[in-house]
Design a protein around this ligand. Sequence first.
Ligand code: NAG
Length: 276
Amino acid sequence: MKFQPSAVFAIAAATTATANPVNNNNNNNNNNNSPRQANPTVYLAGDSTMARTNSPHNGWGEYLSKYLTGASVVNKAISGRSARSFTNEGRFTEIERALKANDIVVISFGHNDGSSPNSANDNGRSACPGTGNEVCKSGKTGETVYTYNYYLQQATRSFINKGAKVVLSSQTPKNLWQNNKYSGNDAPPRFVGYAQQAAKNVGNGASFVDHYTAVAKMYLRLGASKVNSLYPVDYTHTSPEGADLIAQAFAQAISRDLNGTTPLKAYLKQPVPNVF
Ligand SMILES: *[C@@H]1O[C@H](CO)[C@@H](O)[C@H](O)[C@H]1NC(C)=O
């Protein structure tokens, strides 16, 4: 689907993330050398922390368009999904079919990818342990289960084959101020490093952004009471305000090349938020 940039869409950008292009072609104030293409679409693939969800919480993908210019955002993230279930439900394939050359896909999984597929009550989401070609067998369905890296790398390569670029993002943290104690200096979940490894394994066309570290730093700056106020239901899902802040941390991480340069840098709206 193609949308024409218009003032109407620019106003709508604050409230919808499915299609909100902003025409900034005559006002390019980016100060980096990344090549800009004509109005690419940025597809988002992820779980509930990125998806449009119901109040009192929401996903950060719903706010990303506020911090981009000259690119539309289509948020395909869905609650409860993992790299495995997103693959098995054909959701990566659906994005692949929609891609045009120079579009960008941001992939962020990790919250639902842990635990063991071998168990009799395999939830259809857990990846096989490891980061390579290891395989497991679902204890429930007998399905062959692959690693998190296998699923991400397979999807990433299919997108690059369509001429798109892929930004593999580390997952967001949970509330890092549980019991008023900051845990952002502890080792991050293993999927943070796995996503970075996936980008390296694929190489050209793939890049990595450490969104986890950006949000962890932001949470240190915000402090316990503010961060706790952003988690109205549990330690995973943030309020709309929290989701917007997490989108701002993403934009800042892209602008700071944390950890590597991504094609999104050319579409950051200036001034870039400063939240960490
Ligand atoms: C990314 O860079 C930051 C700052 O140097 C570092 O703290 C973080 O551990 C890096 N992330 C990964 C996944 O290596």
